[in-house]
Design a protein around this ligand. Structure first.
Ligand SMILES: Nc1ncnc2c1ncn2[C@@H]1O[C@H](COP(=O)(O)OP(=O)(O)OP(=O)(O)O)[C@@H](O)[C@H]1O
Length: 281
């Protein structure tokens, strides 16, 4: 049975969640997310939109379990209030061991995921790396088969496997980063700006592959972007952030039909714009 948002068993469950960063001089905090409450059900894709600095990447990192481990580290988001449960793990107060276990079940495609590929490794080694980081004795032959099948799933030819990342186009590199994020067969994918740095002409190809894999494999996903078109290519259910606050969540149509916030009004205007373009007005 499909679990609906709000029911027990949600894959991600945030209640009054606040997240802050310690300032560089360690004398003050910066509140990046303030009082967020939402759920992501099993198999569901939640889009997150918001202007620059609204807290989207902070939310992506928190849901991927990449928060501080109790000690306050410069540049690492820390849960200050409320709760966040991801795949049954309480992210507040998470231990290193729990985090290692969780990151094996949550695929994280970082902003500029393509740039985070290791330039010294081949494409094949980059995709396989998370497998060997978890189990150094994993059988090479089996890993090669997993990597080849995934590279094929993201519509890349197997001839890219021995290449270095810099020999690929931006769209191909992003698909390699996506294959790497999915190699451990995560139950949840967190994709932060999945098409950032990708040529406009191949953006829809990358999104198409992401949507196709999500439908085939049925993982839940949090897809973050400042571009409404990216998010709406993936899902109808969208959370909108402004200044670290959740100003709306639900089907995009309803949120934009009667906008209750100036940023929602701006989004509605953007969407009208690309509808007119599509209809040739
Ligand atoms: N490492 C950090 N240390 C301190 N403050 C940070 C850090 N990263 C982000 N912030 C602050 O937290 C707030 C939210 O930033 P975040 O990167 O989550 O926003 P965003 O919506 O992803 O922006 P963008 O679309 O530009 O990537 C901003 O005010 C930002 O300045």
């Amino acid at each position: 049975m499909r679990v609906t948002a709000g029911e027990a068993g949600a894959v991600v469950s945030a209640r009054d969640l606040s997240v802050h960063y310690l300032s560089r001089n360690a004398s003050s905090y910066h509140l990046a997310l303030d009082g967020l409450t939402f759920d992501v059900a099993a198999g569901e894709v939640l889009g997150v939109v918001g202007e620059s600095g609204s807290g989207k990447s902070t939310l992506a990192r928190a849901v991927a379990g990449l928060t501080g481990l109790g000690q306050l580290d410069d540049g690492i988001p820390e849960i200050r209030g409320g709760s966040l449960r991801v795949l049954g793990t309480d992210i507040r107060g998470i231990s290193r061991r729990q985090r290692d276990r969780l990151t094996g079940r949550v695929g994280y495609l970082a902003q500029n995921g393509a740039v985070t590929l290791n330039p010294r490794l081949t494409v094949g080694e980059n995709v396989a790396e998370p497998i060997f980081e978890r189990d150094r004795r994993f059988r090479q032959k089996e890993a090669t088969a997993i990597v080849a099948s995934l590279v094929d799933s993201v519509h890349l030819p197997l001839s890219v496997l021995p290449k270095q990342p810099h020999e690929l186009s931006s769209g191909q590199r992003q698909r390699v980063a996506l294959a790497r994020a999915l190699v451990l067969e995560p139950s949840l994918l967190v994709a932060d700006e999945p098409t950032r740095g990708v040529d406009a002409t191949v953006k829809s190809g990358v999104l198409g592959v992401l949507r196709e894999l999500q439908l085939q494999r049925g993982f839940s996903a949090l897809v973050v972007s400042s571009d409404l078109a990216v998010v709406s290519a993936m899902t109808e259910r969208v959370a909108v952030l402004s200044g670290g606050v959740l100003i709306g969540i639900g089907p995009l149509e309803s949120l934009l039909e009667h906008p209750t916030h100036p940023y929602l009004e701006a989004l509605a205007a953007v969407r009208e714009g690309y509808r007119d373009e599509r209809d040739g007005d």
